[in-house]
Design a protein around this ligand. Structure first.
Ligand SMILES: Nc1ncnc2c1ncn2[C@@H]1O[C@H](COP(=O)(O)OP(=O)(O)O)[C@@H](O)[C@H]1O
Ligand SMILES: [Mg+2]
Length: 127
């Protein structure tokens, strides 16, 4: 169910970089998703910040990999993805962008069920 209308919420961020970040997360959600899988984008109003979550119902990630996921060139298992040939750079770029914004990224995942990547963005002060 879609709600009809929301008041816009503005954030303080480098738009091009955030576009690049979200593109990376959306792309992963499809690449490591299942055929006819779904990507859900959620927004949570957290007072000072907005929490944006990208959730897929794909192959998921084992716990033991989670701490290294944001390292450059780290890939879990090349044979698992529907589309091979990634560089393992996407999430390191995502992390770099988030750190440049002094914000946070988190991941939670259950193998075989799916993954959720959450980033925070700083709300712009209302005029
Ligand atoms: N949504 C996801 N579901 C399952 N595994 C993921 C997801 N996103 C990233 N991964 C795992 O993390 C690794 C690193 O991701 P990334 O840095 O974007 O590199 P790439 O997509 O080029 O392999 C991927 O190789 C994949 O194993
Ligand atoms: Mg990627």
């Amino acid at each position: 169910m879609l709600k009809e209308e929301y008041d816009p919420i503005y954030v303080m961020a480098d738009g091009d970089r955030i576009k690049q970040l979200l593109t990376n997360l959306f792309e992963n959600s499809i690449k490591y998703g299942k055929p006819n899988g779904r990507t859900k984008i959620s927004f949570f109003d957290m007072d000072e910040n907005i929490l944006v979550e990208v959730t897929d119902d794909g192959i998921g990630i084992e716990e033991k990999h989670l701490s290294r996921l944001f390292e450059r060139f780290y890939r879990v298992d090349k044979s698992r993805s529907r589309e091979a040939g990634g560089t393992g750079l996407g999430l390191s770029i995502v992390k770099h962008i988030i750190e440049a914004h002094n914000q946070t990224i988190t991941v939670r995942s259950t193998p075989g069920v799916g993954s959720t990547f959450g980033i925070t963005l700083k709300k712009a002060k209302p005029n």
